[in-house]
Design a protein around this ligand. Structure first.
Ligand code: F6R
Length: 599
């Protein structure tokens, strides 16, 4: 996610800013930039890609200045390029800003500024803040910032500098921002890790607070202009602990980030019972949907098939991207080919997309990384908004892919004149809280993981919407714990795999109550009769399965369509804890890469 660092003091400003940006690299970013107030005015450098690219542009040591601000950008509005990278300046080069967050009334403000003659050059929502501040700057710089913020709806973590002013203004609403207090020098950052090399004295800004930061001091006001007394915290955490927010691994942190990822993915897309997506689709000519993806994204595609067929009556096929690309697929202009990819860079998925385009199909992407190659190649898209996923095993990206597919299914249903079911809309709203309930199970699941840590094989079974979850659970376990795991539709067991079952073969059932619950119970009895040890994910109200096994993980109930998300979370925990107990660094499992850009 985007990161901010600002500095005012006697040190070499560009070195402090570049050092701070490097400390923020772990959050994920696609471009970076900095602005320094030098004797010649505001000097800005930007680069796409790594901080090292920015460092090359800044050059060594010749850039003199008193203060500066810098940013790592994770694209949300507009692709990652130098124009969209922060800092953003007004047309006269008087004001420079770096911004984290989303401006919800961006289009209205852009129209307002354009009518007033301001020229907006980037695709970002952030740039308008620089123009607004410059417009209102008529004496007091802090007042100009406060006035601009009055107009903004949405979230911001903001740092602003002005050509003539020896101060940095910082403001926060919804996006974290801290002040780092030094001796004769001050820091601003979105994340403590950026300043910890210099100071451990930290002030946390609260929402709707504005800080005026000078070399020898600072003051904090609320947006009404009233002084606020701030507590100074002494930070004791190590840098490593902070980057992972105190979690032992990125994967664990990302599992815990799922409620927030869901909120971000739903933001602005469900309003008054209606689904809002900007997609240009002619349903009259749409004959079929084909979804192509790899790995975890392929599993979310399988769930998407159920959701789309149920809501739209349009036939849906799901294919591995690597198979689709080489089998001369039968697709044409009446087909919609959906590609799903967290990274947006997976070589097989990209090749499948090109194949679909060459055959005249319409294409739609469900992509997490804005501006990635696949995001640029598709005709239309729904971004996932999971935020950067650093652990190699996909967790939060899977969850939001399923949400995007459900939103798409409900949107197409709506386009056909049918309302989405009210219970689903209501359950989407409460989903983050329900996921939080599952997150409380981490310690219980670790106990189970201890019991099964030495097993050599494990089978995952589910039916209907939970069959892909079984596949996903098995993939998670094998890729990070190196235990052989297989996922099957539960009823398929009797057609072969049941021969493997004995006391050494644990079987993980996803057995929450839906239309196939009774059948799952029979499948469990079959396993138990053959001496297999059962682990079961069940609804917390369920009393029947508790009689069959002690290895129980209880989850809350939501609409069937959302249960795959609820059920995937214990699977992620189970795989994580088994891997951790085995001493494996699951953030970087052997032989695997986060984005597979080779065939
Ligand atoms: C598994 C995992 C991989 C990816 C696959 C596709 O945890 O992460 O299976 O899902 O490599 O990657 P994307 O979604 O980036 O195309």
């Amino acid at each position: 996610m985007c990161g901010i660092i600002g500095y005012i003091g006697p040190r070499d400003v560009s070195s402090v800013l570049l050092g701070g940006l490097k400390r923020l690299e772990y959050r994920g970013y696609d471009s970076a930039g900095l602005t320094i107030k030098s004797p010649e005015g505001l000097v800005t450098f930007k680069a796409v890609g790594k901080i090292a690219e920015l460092e090359k542009k800044v050059g060594g040591g010749n850039l003199k200045g008193d203060l500066g601000i810098a940013h790592t950008r994770w694209a949300t509005h507009g692709e990652p390029n130098e124009i969209n990278a922060h800092p953003h300046l007004d047309a006269k080069g008087e004001v420079a800003i770096v911004h984290n967050g989303i401006i919800e009334n961006y289009y209205a403000l852009k129209d307002f500024l354009t009518k007033e003659g301001f020229k907006i050059v980037s695709d970002t929502d952030s740039e308008i803040i620089a123009h607004l501040i410059q417009k209102f700057h008529n004496g007091s710089f802090p007042e100009a910032v406060a006035k601009a913020l009055e107009l903004i709806e949405g979230t911001f973590g903001l740092a602003v500098i002005q050509r003539e002013e020896n101060k940095i203004i910082a403001a926060r609403r919804g996006s974290p921002l801290v002040l780092g207090l030094g001796e004769g020098e001050m820091f601003i950052a979105s994340d403590v890790s950026a300043v910890l090399d210099y100071t451990k004295k930290i002030v946390y800004l609260n929402d709707d607070e504005l800080a005026i930061v000078e070399r020898d001091g600072y003051s904090v006001k609320n947006l009404k202009g009233e002084e606020v007394n701030k507590k100074v915290y002494e930070i004791k955490w190590t840098l490593d602990q902070i980057e992972k927010k105190g979690f032992k691994h990125f994967m664990l942190k990302e599992i815990f980030e799922q409620p927030e990822a869901v909120i971000n993915t739903l933001r602005g897309r469900v309003k008054e019972g209606k689904i809002k997506l900007s997609l240009d689709l002619d349903l009259n000519s749409l004959r079929r949907i084909v979804i192509v993806a790899c790995g975890t994204s392929w599993h979310s595609a399988l769930i998407g098939k159920y959701l789309l067929e149920k809501n739209t009556d349009i036939p849906v096929e799901v294919d591995y991207a690597s198979e689709f690309r080489y089998r001369d697929p039968l697709v044409n202009k009446n087909d919609l080919v959906i590609v799903i990819s967290q990274s947006g860079e997976t070589a097989d998925t990209l090749a499948a997309l090109k194949e679909a385009k060459a055959k005249g199909a319409k294409t739609l992407g469900i992509i997490n990384v804005v501006g990635s190659t696949i995001a640029r190649e598709v005709e239309m898209g729904i971004y996932s908004h999971a935020g950067p996923e650093i652990g190699v095993a996909s967790t939060k990206a899977f969850t939001v892919q399923v949400i995007d597919l459900l939103l798409l299914a409900l949107f197409l249903r709506q386009e056909k004149g049918l309302k989405p079911e009210k219970t689903i809309i209501n359950d989407l709203e409460v989903l983050p809280e329900k996921i939080k309930e599952v997150l409380k199970q981490s310690d219980n699941i670790r106990k189970l993981a201890k019991k099964f840590v030495n097993c050599k094989n494990i089978i995952y079974l589910g039916r209907g919407l939970n069959f892909p979850v079984a596949l996903e659970g098995a993939l998670k376990l094998k890729e990070i714990s190196y235990i052989h795991a297989e996922g099957y539709p539960a009823a398929e067991m009797k057609h072969g795999p049941i021969a493997l079952v004995d006391k050494n073969m644990p079987v993980m059932f996803i057995a929450t109550q839906d239309g196939t619950y009774e059948k799952i119970l029979s499948n469990m009895e079959e396993i138990k009769a053959r001496g297999g040890e059962i682990i079961a994910i069940i609804n917390k109200e369920d009393k029947r399965i508790s009689r069959l096994t002690d290895n129980i993980i209880k989850v809350p109930s939501v609409s069937n369509e959302l249960m795959p998300i609820i059920n995937a979370v214990p699977m992620q925990f189970f795989a994580y804890h088994v891997a951790d107990l085995k001493g494996i660094d699951m953030d970087k499992p052997r032989n695997l890469a986060k984005s597979v850009t080779v065939e």
